[in-house]
Design a binder for this molecule. Structure first.
Ligand SMILES: [Fe+2]
Length: 420
């Protein structure tokens, strides 16, 4: 399975502190700089005005992402582990805490776009202050404390990578509200589907172990590893394409209530959905030419590319239309581990039919960091794989992404499964 690219070296077990080689400190320093620089690289295409906008309650401004990922290091790494650390600005924890109740009160999420101050420049100063302090900590933390400190550092890096993806999905949503169709990156290209035989392939049935195994980082929600019974099922090698989605539209998929879950049909009607997120017919033309808002601006829909920006409701309705199903997350993981899936990673998160629930025996950790995943284990659905916006090295075969069923501003698509 892919290992986290952030992990620079095999780590000493947290329970057995050992002298930390200078090489390990150097590797963590490099990993920290690489991840922090990637956030700034993604933000560099955006003006200060772009960075303020919050286009809906679910999305956050770029400036907020840059500051919040920085607050995470200040709150969970520096304050508890560096007695000499000075909070950059006493007002920032309230502004940039997201949902950590144990870490104190916080600004209302839907109002993040009203925070014109601090300026983007002041946020850059906050980032530089925390960068310097974290680098000092990496270099100077006593060897006995290093395993615990590096463990929190790694969570902070993985967390910042998650926000790097959100930075792109959130700015795309903001740009999609702008009638001038702003371009985030003129050189951005939609991912192409892998070539190779299409069709369905048998997933090895029987009892399989699911969840994180072996070395390397994982989030707590990928554990405990446990057994699942995989029924006889076949899974699509490829992701569902735009061409297939156009057939669904042409067949009246968005106007046929019998294809939809009740909540899905209610959403279709309330939102007026007639196509995936960001799809438009230019100038109101009904000539069947669909365009889609992308990171490179408005582009014609490429029929051969995998469909993106569909909700769970749409994925489920499409599967019903096709006479198929969505795979469960365990079926997906077994198939991915067996190397059966094209475009498992790096194109589109793939909706599964699995509710986001704790694995058997899962318990969230004590304290604020225990709020990271566990408290969200209700009313959401699991997506597997990774997307074109997922930072390099962040994907894992056991990774569990999760969103509410109507969400479609992520790079979310699907692959199908079929039963005999
Ligand atoms: Fe966060």
């Amino acid at each position: 399975m892919p290992r986290s690219a952030i992990s620079p070296a095999p780590r000493p077990a947290a329970s057995a502190p050992a002298p930390v080689a200078d090489a390990a400190r150097g590797a963590w320093l490099q990993a920290f700089r690489r991840v922090r620089a990637e956030t700034e690289r993604r933000a560099a295409n955006l003006t200060a005005e772009d960075q303020i906008v919050q286009s809906m309650a679910d999305a956050s401004p770029t400036k907020w992402h840059r500051a919040h990922a920085t607050w995470f290091f200040e709150q969970f790494l520096l304050v508890p582990n560096d007695p000499a650390y000075k909070i950059f600005d006493e007002r920032f924890p309230f502004l940039f805490n997201s949902y950590y109740v144990a870490a104190g009160p916080r600004h209302a999420r839907p109002q993040r776009g009203l925070i014109t101050r601090p300026s983007a420049k002041e946020v850059a100063g906050f980032r530089a202050h925390v960068d310097a302090a974290v680098e000092r900590l990496i270099e100077q933390v006593p060897a006995a404390d290093a395993p615990r400190v590096f463990e929190i550092l790694e969570i902070g890096l993985q967390h910042e990578q998650q926000h790097q993806e959100l930075l792109l999905t959130d700015i795309l949503h903001a740009f999609a509200q702008n009638p001038t169709d702003p371009v985030y990156d003129a050189n951005w290209k939609a991912p192409r589907a892998s070539q190779g035989p299409r069709g369905f392939v048998d997933v090895p049935s029987g009892i399989h172990s699911i969840g994180h195994a072996g070395e390397g980082f994982c989030f707590d929600n990928e554990t405990p590893r446990h057994d699942e019974l995989i029924p006889p099922v076949r899974i699509a090698r490829h992701l569902v394409s735009n061409a297939e989605w156009l057939e669904f539209i042409a067949a009246g998929g968005y106007a046929t209530p019998s294809l939809w879950l009740s909540d899905g049909w209610t959403t279709v009607q309330a939102e007026g959905w007639q196509a995936p997120g960001y799809w438009r017919q230019r100038d109101g033309a009904k000539d069947g030419t669909w365009h889609v808002m992308t990171l490179a601006g408005l582009k014609p829909v490429d029929p051969s590319a995998p469909v993106l920006h569909v909700s769970y409701y749409e994925a489920e309705a499409f599967a019903r239309f096709a006479g198929k199903h969505l795979p469960s997350e365990a079926e997906w993981e077994v198939a991915a581990r067996a190397g059966l899936l094209a475009d498992a990673f790096g194109v589109a998160w793939q909706w599964t039919r699995s509710a986001y629930l704790p694995y058997p025996g899962y318990r969230a950790a004590e304290g604020a960091l225990g709020e990271y995943n566990g408290k969200f284990m209700v009313s959401q659905m699991v997506l597997r794989g990774s997307s074109l916006a997922t930072p390099e090295g962040h994907e894992r075969v056991s990774y569990r992404n999760f969103f509410y069923p109507p969400a479609r501003w992520q790079f979310s698509g699907l692959r199908l499964a079929e039963f005999e």
